[in-house]
Ligand binder design. Structure first.
Ligand code: SF4
Length: 462
């Protein structure tokens, strides 16, 4: 097997960041990354099992790889479908040599040694036993300006519809000290935005007992060079007022909270085993809305959960009207293997699910059209993400995690990863439009920033 690898990643930000760490581990071992599986000695497939189709995609893709077997290539299936299907993958795709779930990645170096020694049917499957997290000396981050840190892995919540507790293991947090070391290293390398990741990031419990989640946010927000700190995904059960207070008191903590509610009906929340009620959730919303800063709120929703009545669904719509989210990610319920919901009668016809999803997204779009209007005329600091050469605009991101498309001096475009003040001149349901402001007496110099990226040096371990 040549020391070249190709990796394909599916699913959430956690998977994307896991791949960054897997890539780092391989590069540290002297592997070179290639962009085409034809040129790779090792082909890795980082899988997601959150939705029905994701699983089928895996076996369909493996089938395509079948044609390449025997060319000195080795195949590895990692991630959530690997943990969920385990050794069954070897049955369906005997040319696969390694199957590893995310809770076993800390053993990747050892599994790679066995792979390089010619071993096959290597597994890294964890049955919610480990307390260890996956930390690497080197992470191959895809964006040099904004980077992720997974501070907690796994989930202990067991929502009735969700596979994550079975595919990512039990909740286990990194020590605050190790997170701070990584964040400082990132700031030294020029990262100005750091995003904490976790299935339930606010369920973070520092094993050394040194810091609460809110304290860790503030500590990273106070690192020199860090301009923005984000965190996702939070769980209402562990959402505490000190998180809002921390955002209010620390300008580098972004004024955005993503807090999935899933349904507006307490009866459906009970059936989903979310273990909070509509009122409990709305109390958390009231904390956020009472904050000094204008904190944007986004959420996730599931429609058509078994037993959801018209009245239950109506409660979801009224919750939208009360909260006025800045964005909602909504999905139709689909039963997932090994989850309690798979035993429930999937009683809502698909056309009804589709109709409820349409009604929900139409109402949310109306809310956003109106709610985004509050930004008109404001000056927002934007991080430059890309250039839209067709529209001759700069694409930026506000601290509230909104896309801002703005005009700028084409002869003096702000650099990618830079920060510029933008006056909002138009608001649309899904983005803001504006014009970059030039430095001047009415614009704070602090809103301008030119990034300095220092490529991290690492030693190849042969
Ligand atoms: S909290 Fe619920 S929905 Fe979120 S990852 Fe855990 S089980 Fe899944």
């Amino acid at each position: 097997m040549s020391k070249t690898f190709y990796i394909e990643t599916f699913g959430c930000q956690m998977n994307a960041h896991d791949s960054e760490k897997v890539i780092g581990t391989l590069e540290r071992r002297g592997y070179a990354r290639v962009q085409d599986e034809v040129d790779a000695g090792l082909i890795l497939y980082n899988t997601c099992s959150i939705r029905d189709k994701a699983e089928q995609k895996v076996f369909h893709r493996l089938n395509e790889y079948k044609k390449m077997q025997g060319e000195g290539k080795r195949f590895a299936v990692i991630g959530c479908v690997a943990q969920q299907e385990g050794e069954k993958i070897f049955e369906r795709a005997p040319y696969v040599s390694l199957v590893a779930g995310s809770a076993s990645y800390r053993n990747l170096p050892e599994m790679l040694t066995r792979l390089e020694a010619g071993e096959t049917r290597i597994t890294g499957l964890d049955d919610r036993q480990t307390d260890e997290t996956f930390e690497t000396e080197f992470t191959a981050r895809s964006n040099p300006h904004r980077g992720y840190i997974t501070i907690i892995e796994g989930c202990d919540k067991f929502c009735a519809y969700c596979v994550v507790p079975y595919t990512r293991g039990k909740e286990r947090s990194r020590t605050a000290a190790s997170v701070l070391v990584e964040a400082r290293r990132m700031a030294d390398e020029g990262f100005t935005e750091i995003q904490f990741l976790g299935q339930n990031v606010n369920s973070y419990r520092d094993p050394s007992g040194r810091m609460s989640f809110a304290e860790l946010l503030v500590a990273v927000g106070e690192i020199s060079g860090v301009r923005r700190v984000r965190f996702t995904t939070s769980h209402p059960r562990d959402f505490t007022k000190d998180i809002v207070d921390a955002i209010d008191a620390t300008p580098t903590l972004c004024d955005h909270v993503h807090l999935p509610v899933q349904s507006g009906s307490s009866a459906v929340l009970k059936a989903m085993a979310r273990e909070y009620t509509r009122d409990w959730y709305l109390e958390r919303m009231s904390w956020i809305k009472a904050a000094k800063r204008d904190i944007s709120i986004t959420s996730d929703m599931i429609v058509g959960f078994p037993g959801e009545t018209d009245a239950d669904f109506e409660e979801t719509i009224t919750l939208l009207n009360v909260v006025k989210y800045d964005a909602v990610f909504a999905f139709k319920f689909s039963p997932r293997p090994n989850t309690p919901a798979v035993t429930m009668a999937d009683s809502i016809p698909d056309e009804v699910k589709t109709e409820r999803l349409r009604i929900l997204m139409d109402r949310q779009r109306e809310i956003q059209r109106e709610h985004y209007g509050r930004h008109l005329g404001q000056v927002q600091e934007c991080m430059v993400e890309s250039y839209n050469t067709v529209r001759r605009q700069v694409v930026g991101r506000s601290s509230q995690n909104k896309t801002v498309n703005f005009t700028a001096d084409l002869d003096n475009l702000p650099p990618i990863g830079g920060y510029v003040p933008v006056r909002i001149t138009q608001t649309l349901p899904n983005c803001l439009v504006g014009e970059a402001l030039a430095a001047g007496p009415n614009v704070s110099d602090a809103m301008f920033f030119v990034p300095v990226v220092r490529k991290p040096q690492f030693v190849v371990l042969n």
